[in-house]
Design a protein around this ligand. Structure first.
Ligand code: NOJ
Length: 522
């Protein structure tokens, strides 16, 4: 049997991220929901992806877009019911799509019953489920840590006269994973969803579990610039990637294995060395620790080529790569590199070795959109007015139709402004559209296991181009990408199977057009 038949499903797969608030509204609330997602599953299946990861669907006051959760085991009423979820998962499975949920272990909402009890008194049953500390003798928070959304990572609780830790918004108190009761309760929540048939989880912000037990001050980052946001003014030396995180990841993985090998994709922003730790010493951590380089890397072939080489070298034997070009937290790729290079970027994402995770709407070439102040949702934007920080511009609803009110996303008033790009329906009918290109790339990847499972070999990189070969079962496919708006020589012989340039004559090509990527088959 070839490894195409024996590899676990997620190695040959493409994951597609769905952000429920922005995907499809079925009730006219102006915000997406589960039945909306279900109604669009045929579109997702037609794309050719293998799995969806749905950002949090749990009850939430929405102080952080659903990442502030009041109950890990049920569904936010605005999004629907558990019956709606059952219907969604059944239909996804019928269409051949796996379903991953978002698991958010590092914090709850401050409205969660656990935290309400925890803050009720110092002797409350759940007091130690969160990280409480006295003020320093001279007054003020226990250390200098800064919340990811700005301001101190500690909030004073007047009633019980201690501070609680929150790595994110003050409405997101950090859970104390050093307490075994917390571990067990959180693993129980995973069990509940496994029993409901989910195929795995994307695990949120895992680097923050079990921060330094001495809570030492983080050192200052001398290279910090303001546009990174206040939190980056300190290194995260003592607040992230601490050794005690990894046994916790192992526990999650054991549980996933006990349920027939469910998939865990781990979100842990860090250096490559740090990311590698999440594979686990014996590949007993996450099957797929996210690799976020492409969502912030300078769009420079030399940089990207060097990064790929380093990443490929560092992945532990038997470990599998992951690639991400966008998500609900970072600027849209089409905004970062422009519409022409966004097509090249999709070719890169979908031809690298490893499992790509696509961000909803990137297949339509969606861009960041301006969001007026009164519609801002993101605490990062709200806490840092006038700075341009914030993630609402990347969470704009999907434009399904051109002529319908609410662009087919909602019959009501959309919770964020609508997109400026052509709709999915229009793009489906247009062979030159980004959607048509992405579908063609995915179809070719499915046809050619070399593109998903094959080895990676760098062929060439210079200031304008990057080329590499993918090889599998004796078949060798080359990818050549032009990162510039100038024509470039093409030294590699072969017939172009696919180009990012609409209408390009395929067959033998001798040069790369401006902003062109091509896939060459023997
Ligand atoms: C990472 C998520 O992707 C982001 O949206 C969220 O704000 C934080 N974790 C906190 O959960």
């Amino acid at each position: 049997m070839s490894d195409a038949e024996t590899a676990p499903w997620w190695q040959g797969a493409i994951i597609y991220q769905v952000y429920p608030r922005s995907f499809q509204d079925s009730t006219g609330t102006g915000m997406g929901d589960l039945n909306g997602i279900r109604s669009r599953l045929p579109y997702v299946a037609r794309l050719g992806v293998d799995a969806i990861w749905i950002s949090p669907i749990y009850p939430s006051p929405m102080k952080d877009g659903g990442y502030d959760i009041t109950d890990f085991t049920v569904v936010e009423p605005l999004f629907g019911t558990l019956e709606d979820f059952a219907a969604l998962i059944a239909e996804a499975h019928d269409l051949g799509l796996k379903v991953l949920l978002d698991f958010v272990p590092s914090h709850t909402s401050d409205a969660h019953a656990w935290f309400r009890d925890s803050r009720s008194s110092r002797s409350a049953a759940h007091r130690d489920w969160y990280v409480w500390r006295d003020a320093l003798p001279e007054g003020g928070p226990p250390n200098n840590w800064i919340s990811e959304f700005g301001g101190p990572a500690w909030t004073w609780d007047e009633a019980t006269r201690q501070y609680y830790l929150h790595i994110y918004a003050r409405e997101q108190p950090a859970l104390n994973w050093r307490n075994p009761d917390v571990q067990n309760a959180m693993l129980d929540a995973m069990r509940v969803w496994y029993a409901r048939g989910v195929d795995g989880f994307r695990v949120d912000a895992v680097e923050h579990l079990a921060p330094d037990h001495l809570l030492r001050d983080n050192p200052a980052n001398p290279d910090w610039s303001e546009e990174e946001g206040p939190a980056r003014s300190l290194f995260r030396t003592y607040s992230s990637h601490q050794p005690d995180v990894f046994p916790l990841v192992r526990r999650m993985r054991d549980l996933a294995d006990d349920h027939g090998g469910r998939l865990l994709v781990g979100e842990a922003y860090g250096t490559l060395d740090e990311v590698m730790l999440y594979y686990g010493d014996a590949l007993d951590g996450f099957q797929l620790p996210f690799n976020f380089e492409l969502i912030s890397a300078p769009w420079d072939p030399l940089h990207i080529a060097a990064y790929i080489d380093r990443y490929e070298r560092m992945i532990p034997p038997g470990g599998w790569p992951s690639w991400v070009l966008g998500n609900h937290d970072r600027d849209r790729i089409a905004t970062r590199v422009g519409p022409d290079q966004a097509r090249v970027a999709q070719m890169l994402l979908l031809t690298l070795r490893g499992t790509p995770t696509m961000w909803q709407g990137d297949e339509l070439g969606m861009v960041n959109e301006a969001v007026p102040e009164h519609l801002l949702q993101d605490p990062w934007a709200i806490n840092n007015p006038g700075t341009g920080l914030g993630r609402d511009p990347v969470r704009i609803p999907i434009p399904w139709e051109d002529d319908a009110a609410g662009r087919g996303f909602t019959a009501g008033e959309p919770f964020l402004p609508l997109s400026s790009v052509a709709s999915a329906t229009a793009q489906e009918a247009d062979p030159a559209s980004m959607l048509s290109l992405v579908r063609a790339l995915i179809a070719l990847r499915r046809d050619e296991p070399a593109l998903s499972l094959g080895t990676y070999e760098r062929l060439h990189a210079d200031a304008g181009t990057l080329s590499y070969a993918r090889k599998h079962a004796g078949r060798r496919i080359c990818v050549v990408l032009n990162f510039t708006a100038r024509e470039q020589a093409l030294a590699i012989p072969g017939a172009a199977r696919l180009s990012t340039i609409p209408g390009r004559d395929l067959g033998r090509v001798d040069s790369l057009l401006p902003n062109e990527g091509v896939i060459l088959t023997p």
